[in-house]
Every structure is written in structure tokens, then in C-alpha cells.
Design a protein around this ligand. Structure first.
Ligand code: GRF
Length: 207
């Protein structure tokens, strides 16, 4: 049974999608053992409590670099975490943790990377930029986490059409629905070793 940590910063609807997928056995051979939030008082922490999942708040600005990475690493070690899922997590993970968990950390981003990603592209800012660009499709991306922002290798993407009547808000809602479906799919493949590499590009292969 693989042990997951989910890192959050806000409402936690992606965390909820993972909790529901584990309950519904759409994610097999894994359970969420820890939720770490970069902010206190966010709704994601209430979701964790409701499902009896241990949680902790580790706010970046309350630590110097060394203490921040030690605090996070100790938490992950204490709970014997095998895989880390960034689900609306707005802080940057320390290098030491990315190295320790190479190809075992994934992130969900609400656009079709490499479009509308990187520094400053998070939450509604992404969807406002998509709206203003008059793009005709948007979507979500799940990728491995490396030392950059939204720069890790792409594992899965799914697109959605943008229609004349759409606003930044309706685009965000459409994309969030996609996020809630592809993130559990990727987590299930990851913990069940169903991500195969073709010429250094990962693909889900359920064999
Ligand atoms: C999601 O759109 C996610 O892609 C982005 O932040 C939003 C947070 O959603 N990083 P939630 O906290 O999981 O509801």
C-alpha cells in the first residue's frame, strides 16, 4: 500500500477528488496519509479532518531555507511518504525534497503547458490570461515536479473547448472539472507503476 502526501494552499477541491477516488477504488494500492498546507485555516484542512487524514501547516515565510526543508522532510519521513501530489500548492518545494523524491512528485496546473504557465500563472490569473488571449481551447496538465515552476515533464493533459459565451470564471470551472478527473487517473497510474517512458517521455500504459 503506497502512502501519499497531498500539498495544498486553498479550497482543496483536487484533494477532495483524490479522497473520493481512493474511496471509490479508482485509485488502488494507495492511501492519503498526510495533507500539508502552506496556509492555516484553508478549507482543504477541513476536508482532511473530515476524512480523518493527518494534516500540518508549514508556512514558508515562518522558516529560513534550512528549517523549511528540514521541517518538510521530517514530516514526509515521519509519515513514511512514498509519493507527493501538489494540488493547488502555491509554494516552491526545496531542491533536497525534489531530489529525494525524483519522479515521485506530481503537480496539477490549470492550463495546457507550455501555454499560460510559469511565474505568476496560478489560480484565476491563468484563466484570465487564457480568456484575454482569445484562445479556443484550454485544459489541465499533470506533470512531474522538477526544480522549475510548471517545467517538469508532462504526464497527462486534457483539453476543453472555449465557446463564445465563456468568461474567465466559466473557463476555470470547466478546467477544474478536468483537473478532478485527470489527477486521480495519474495518481493511480503512478502508484501502480503504469507510467512508462518512451524516449524520455512518460505515458500512462495500463498494459
Ligand atoms: C486549481 O485550479 C489548481 O490547478 C491550481 O489551483 C487551483 C486550486 O484548486 N493550482 P483546489 O484548491 O484544489 O480547489
Amino acid at each position: 500500500m503506497k502512502r501519499l502526501a497531498v500539498l495544498v494552499s486553498g479550497s482543496g477541491s483536487n484533494l477532495q477528488a483524490l479522497i473520493d477516488a481512493v474511496d471509490a477504488k479508482r485509485i488502488t494500492n494507495a492511501s492519503i496519509k498526510l495533507v500539508i498546507s502552506s496556509k492555516a485555516g484553508v478549507y482543504a484542512l477541513q476536508r482532511a479532518a473530515k476524512h480523518g487524514i493527518a494534516s500540518a501547516v508549514v508556512a514558508r515565510r515562518q522558516y529560513d531555507d534550512a528549517d523549511y526543508q528540514t521541517t518538510l522532510l521530517n514530516l514526509l519521513m515521519d509519515y513514511q511518504i512514498d509519493y507527493i501530489v501538489l494540488a493547488g500548492f502555491l509554494d516552491i518545494l526545496p531542491e533536497s525534497i525534489i531530489e529525494h523524491y525524483t519522479n515521485r512528485i506530481i503537480n496539477i496546473h490549470p492550463s495546457l503547458i507550455p501555454a499560460f504557465c510559469g511565474k505568476g500563472f496560478y489560480g484565476m490569473r491563468v484563466h484570465q490570461a487564457v480568456y484575454q488571449s482569445a484562445a479556443k481551447v484550454s485544459g489541465a496538465t499533470v506533470h512531474f515536479v522538477d526544480g522549475g515552476i510548471d517545467s517538469g515533464t508532462i504526464i497527462m493533459q486534457r483539453a476543453v473547448a472555449i465557446l463564445a459565451g465563456d468568461t474567465a470564471e466559466t473557463i476555470a470551472q470547466k478546467v477544474l472539472q478536468i483537473e478532478h478527473s485527470i489527477l486521480p487517473e495519474v495518481v493511480d497510474a503512478l502508484v501502480n507503476q503504469q507510467i512508462k517512458w518512451y524516449d524520455s517521455r512518460p505515458f500512462i500504459d495500463k498494459g
